[in-house]
Design a protein around this ligand. Structure first.
Ligand SMILES: Cc1cc2nc3c(=O)[nH]c(=O)nc-3n(C[C@H](O)[C@H](O)[C@H](O)COP(=O)(O)OP(=O)(O)OC[C@H]3O[C@@H](n4cnc5c(N)ncnc54)[C@H](O)[C@@H]3O)c2cc1C
Length: 457
């Protein structure tokens, strides 16, 4: 076990309780889960049984039916998979501090995942404080990144250029897949959770039901793995051309990564193996691993260290605010509203196509995400309103929304982790993108044709 992924947050005195509690939150999987593995080992060491608990809150910020469905499709499978291994799985519904309390009181020790965003950090703090008051051991694990965030860097990094050498130096220590230990004391009760069928259960939740489940993404560790294998077999070799939205060469793993349904370590090692043993194109493999390791983990660094990562006033660099203040009064020829975007009513066929991909599937091609956000900056009355519109659409419709990469990538559109470009109207020194670039570089009409088929799904 790589103990650098684990941290003893509180050393308690030992009580007589018979169960170790693993509170599953960010790492929603059974395989390749350092927290779960640590909890099993810990339970075995003290001859205890293990209960895994997952709590659903109905007021999770910005979450809707699309997110809940994807998450719970997986959680249901997690429950059956744990039952197979003799581990009790409990799903609760309600306020974290209320629902977890009785389980904490009956626990010998608590193991949990380390959270990054402000909301989960505040929930985490409350639960950890309760465990400390109860004076039980508290262990935290970090297995949704390759290199644990605070080990990778101790500060907010300037950009990919500065974090890359740090990640490359440390990565090999963490590119290890642990075998899951077997629980010695098996439970008598197993999956306690959804009473009605999953779809009925979701319909009964008091959540925003207006954004429908994605017809192209199904939640599940198995689904994530299937996508990984499909990507490696069919698209990895050509990944260096994946910037072209019409080619659909990307892995589409971001929703699975966001919900912790797949381990980035497993993805990394599988791609590396495909490169070395199955002779997949080296440049393509290197490009992919750069995105997965450097770009993705720069996002986690940003969320962890950059205070106010989700507010317009605080999310980017002084030079970017300076250039925006100079161009705040520039005339905007075209102004659109969220309603126009959601009705696919702009004059820009490429933008509308990107919106269709987002609204209908919960995903958008990376290059189109850049173009899409830049257009919203161009068509909004001011930068603050543009930021709010991008963030709202991003987090409402994308299955991978509300991620560290959501905030880092949106901030990137406003200059964070980027550099100053030639000054121009509205954008100032922020990077600019236009439709001519899409037409020049890609078969962009094929992308439009593809998105036109989506509404019928
Ligand atoms: C305006 C804007 C908003 C974005 N919003 C999100 C978001 O809400 N959630 C999210 O996860 N990503 C977001 N991204 C980053 C990126 O677009 C997605 O991670 C990527 O498109 C996911 O698709 P994929 O898994 O098929 O990527 P692949 O190309 O297959 O890449 C594999 C993995 O590498 C990482 N990755 C790839 N590209 C980037 C990138 N540019 N920056 C950081 N990591 C990357 C992702 O984890 C991705 O799953 C956004 C980008 C922009 C420009």
């Amino acid at each position: 076990m790589n103990t650098q992924r684990l941290k003893m947050v509180h050393k308690g005195s030992k009580n007589t309780c018979e169960t170790v509690l693993y509170w599953m939150q960010a790492t929603q999987r059974v395989d390749d889960n350092a927290g779960l593995n640590a909890a099993i080992s810990y339970a075995n060491r003290y001859d205890k049984s293990l209960t895994v608990i997952f709590n659903i809150v109905e007021n999770y910020p910005e979450a809707n039916q699309r997110h809940y469905t994807f998450m719970l499709e997986n959680i249901e499978k997690v429950g059956y998979k744990l039952a197979d291994k003799g581990i009790e799985f409990v799903v609760t519904l309600g306020d974290f501090s209320v629902t977890l309390n009785p389980y904490l009181k009956a626990a010998f020790a608590l193991v949990t995942d380390y959270p990054y965003g402000d909301y989960l950090k505040s929930v985490y703090k409350t639960i950890i404080n309760t465990a400390k008051t109860l004076d039980i051991d508290v262990l935290q694990a970090e297995s949704n990144v390759i290199v644990p965030v605070a080990l990778a860097s101790q500060k907010s990094e300037y950009g990919a250029r500065t974090i890359r050498p740090k990640l490359l130096r440390l990565k090999d220590d963490f590119l290890v897949l642990e075998k899951m230990p077997t629980i010695a004391r098996k439970s008598n009760t197993f999956f306690t959770g959804f009473k009605p069928t999953l779809s009925d259960f979701i319909k009964q939740l008091n959540i925003d039901q207006s954004v429908l489940k994605s017809p192209v993404f199904t939640g599940g560790e198995d689904e994530g793995l299937k996508r990984l294998n499909h990507f490696i077999e069919n698209n990895l070799n050509d990944y260096q051309h994946s910037n072209d939205p019409s080619k659909q060469l990307n892995s589409t793993l971001s929703p699975y990564l966001h919900f912790g349904q797949i381990s980035p370590v497993r993805i990394y090692l599988s791609v590396e193996e495909a490169c070395e043993i199955h002779n997949k194109d080296r440049v393509s493999c290197e490009n992919y691993l750069e995105q997965l390791l450097v770009r993705r983990e720069l996002g986690f660094n940003y969320m962890h260290y950059h205070k106010g990562y989700d507010c317009f006033e605080t999310m980017t660099e002084p030079w970017a605010y300076q250039t925006m203040s100079v161009h705040l009064g520039d005339l905007r020829d075209t102004i659109y509203t969220i309603k126009d975007y959601l009705g696919f009513k702009t004059h820009d066929v490429y933008f509308n196509a990107a919106m269709k991909e987002m609204v209908y599937t919960g995903y958008m091609h990376n290059y189109m995400r850049m173009y899409w956000a830049k257009k919203i900056i161009e068509w909004s009355p001011n930068y603050a309103m543009a930021y709010e519109t991008i963030k709202t659409l991003n987090n409402t419709y994308f299955l991978d929304g509300r991620d560290a990469n959501s905030y880092a990538s949106i901030a990137w559109c406003f200059g964070k982790h980027d550099r100053a470009w030639t000054e121009r109207d509205i954008f100032g020194k922020l990077r600019y993108m236009n439709a001519a670039g899409l037409k020049r570089k890609f078969n962009i009409d094929a992308y439009v044709a593809h998105t036109n088929t989506l509404k019928n799904l």
